[in-house]
Design a protein around this ligand. Structure first.
Ligand code: UT7
Length: 332
């Protein structure tokens, strides 16, 4: 029998309706549309509004629509992995909540936390379950309600992030299509430059931590930028080289959408022209685990069976990585 690989067979995204524009941000903090656009490439981002609404609500929308699109019932899902940095609560896993909301009664489920690289870590993890031959339907959903941990008085971070979710279905393939290879890395010494100071076991929530605004994203932007530019480019080139792929062989770069300048540097290192780069940061900003599946969702109609894709990300941790995929289907 041919080797089993894990192929993405369906993609779906969900973004909330509310659009937070650069113009509106100008009324909230000392910033300008021009600064945000030139430094990041972002015009607007989506924000999830509504009392009690969390990451699982966006993820559940994406997963339900994914199942409807593929023509399967949620109870056919065997495993659901949620990649998120903004779980509904510390425990249980948001993936458990999503399964309950969509009616995925037969799935076991858990979260993967690897900040902005979580979606890549998760599809690689999911692919290993498929490759054993034991699992036939695995859903990975990358979802973040970043607005829940953003300080909208801090201009250095509030202009960057947005809310959104994207889900993929992975199924076995025996035609040599799907997830072919990956390079995943982490370096925890990077935690000092991008983290949330309080709310975890090392520094539980208290009046003091709330007063000190320690439940928000803390980022030393320039330092993270320097690591991201070098490492996202490096790992993307590495996965190409070890699979003997040249720029001509690559149909699309699917980059994490943190900053257009980081994406441009990665494409340049890979020798790719901008026409081969998926870019939607201008509309959605940085949705952390949502960025890559939201790109796949928006570009799904342009993808062809056999296309070589490189998915690439860098984020908090530090975590980073690149995944080589041979796309498995043409959209009807
Ligand atoms: O996805 C997770 C991984 N995260 C990333 O990959 C993010 C990586 N970092 C970045 O994308 C960039 O560092 C930022 C977009 C966060 C910041 O851009 P930058 O070009 O590195 O700006 P900077 O932090 O060096 O700040 C330059 C200036 C500073 O003013 P002074 O000190 O030169 O007077 C900031 O105070 O820009 C100021 N500034 C702003 N000005 C207007 C910072 N934020 C803003 C703002 N509007 N929103």
């Amino acid at each position: 029998m041919n080797k089993i690989t894990a192929a993405i067979t369906c993609v779906q995204g969900y973004v909330p309706d509310y659009i937070l524009t650069n113009k509106e941000l100008e009324t909230m903090v000392d910033t300008t549309d021009e600064w945000i656009l030139s430094r990041t490439g972002i015009n607007e981002r989506r924000i999830l509004k509504g009392e009690g609404k969390g990451t699982s609500d966006m993820a559940a929308e994406a997963v339900m629509a994914l199942c409807a699109k593929r023509g399967i019932s949620p109870d056919e899902i065997e495993l659901l992995i949620c990649a998120t940095a903004t779980p509904d609560m510390m425990f249980p896993a948001t993936a458990n909540v999503i399964c309950d909301k969509v009616g995925a009664k037969n799935a076991f489920s858990y979260d993967i936390m690897a900040a902005c690289s979580g979606f890549l870590y998760s599809i690689v993890t999911a692919s290993k379950f498929i490759e054993t031959g034991q699992y036939k339907k695995v859903v990975v959903v990358g979802a973040d309600k970043m607005s829940s941990i953003i300080d909208y008085t801090d201009r250095a971070t509030c202009v960057i992030f947005g809310d959104g979710a994207g889900a993929v279905l992975l199924e076995p393939n025996t035609d040599g299509l799907g997830i072919m290879d990956s390079v995943l890395k982490s370096d925890g010494s990077g935690r000092h430059f991008l983290h949330q100071k309080a709310g975890g076991s090392a520094k539980p929530a208290s009046h003091q931590t709330v007063d000190a605004r320690e439940h928000y994203v803390y980022q030393e932007g320039q330092t993270v930028f320097k690591f991201a530019v070098v490492n996202m480019a490096e790992v993307s080139a590495e996965v190409m080289e070890r699979n003997h792929l040249t720029a001509d062989d690559i149909a699309w770069l699917v980059p994490h959408q943190a900053n257009k300048r980081i994406i441009d540097a990665t494409a340049k290192r890979m020798g790719l022209s901008s026409e081969k780069v998926m870019l939607n940061i201008q509309k959605f900003g940085n949705t952390t685990n949502g960025t890559i599946p939201l790109c796949l969702w928006e570009w799904e109609n342009k993808l062809h069976k056999g296309d070589n894709l490189i998915l690439s990300a860098f984020g908090g941790g530090f975590t980073w990585g690149a995944v080589y995929i041979k796309w498995a289907y043409d959209t009807k």
